[in-house]
Write a protein that binds this ligand. Sequence first.
Ligand SMILES: Nc1ncnc2c1ncn2[C@@H]1O[C@H](COP(=O)(O)OP(=O)(O)O)[C@@H](O)[C@H]1O
Ligand SMILES: [Mg+2]
Length: 279
Amino acid sequence: MTSANDTAATATTTFRPSGLTTDDARNVLPVLQLDDVTKTYPTSPPVHALRAVSLTVRPGELVAIVGPSGSGKTTLLHLMGTLDRPSSGTVRLTGLDVATMVDDDLAALRATRIGFVFQQFFLAEHETILDNVADGLLYAGVRQAERRQRAREALELVDLGSRLRARPTQLSGGQRQRVAIARALVGQPAIVLADEPTGNLDQATGGAILSLLDQLHDRGVTIVLITHDRGIAERMPRRVEMLDGRIVADTPVAPPQPASLNGDTPALHATPPTPRGMP
Ligand SMILES: Nc1ncnc2c1ncn2[C@@H]1O[C@H](COP(=O)(O)OP(=O)(O)O)[C@@H](O)[C@H]1O
Ligand SMILES: [Mg+2]
């Protein structure tokens, strides 16, 4: 058993950006690896949503997946997030082949290694934002006191540390999306998958959310951002372009982030965040 004090003390190591355990693994093992992945929806006629997609995401990367509506972005995110299985090809998350895992194991993998952010926030309206974020740890086998402590830290990271008792309905859209981002981060996932996270926000508010993603990237968090907006994709270090279910362009992979790859990952909340232009 740990006392509340111990919990607070150990919490200083929270928010390491990857679920990997050794420095070697952190250097070598991709967080996400898709090989020759296809997805065909068995409608009539069938829809070939993904065709021979291969993609590798390494620790510390911030990747934009960009393409017009219907190009297969959300399908790709669902496969990356193990929410769906490919029709053929392999999806590996932190080295684990999704095809070899039963649904229960996949759910556990999802709960511990992936943080999701969606356009629609998906917050429980009747719960405080502290509990909304703490619920992100429900399946991680963490006791309630520690869930709350880690949720507090995650909310501080997105500059909502002073609103812990607020309910989502009392917050602006930009603030709600920051709660959703805190919930995605609280389990220290290996990767954060964000599907059009600024889609429901005005431009200024959306810009602030993108700045927050930039800051998290600077702190070593691995992020895949899906967007149909070229302007948003342009500001990302790596852009993967999709058209008709295929990857048609992939900018050169950015050099590894020294801070996150040399095994000396900074604790993400060591310095309180100074968000740029938060709404
Ligand atoms: N559950 C589904 N059943 C059948 N077709 C689908 C389903 N989900 C997506 N599609 C089709 O797959 C294609 C890719 O969709 P999607 O991945 O949502 O693209 P995007 O996110 O880029 O708009 C589209 O033609 C879409 O209509
Ligand atoms: Mg989509």
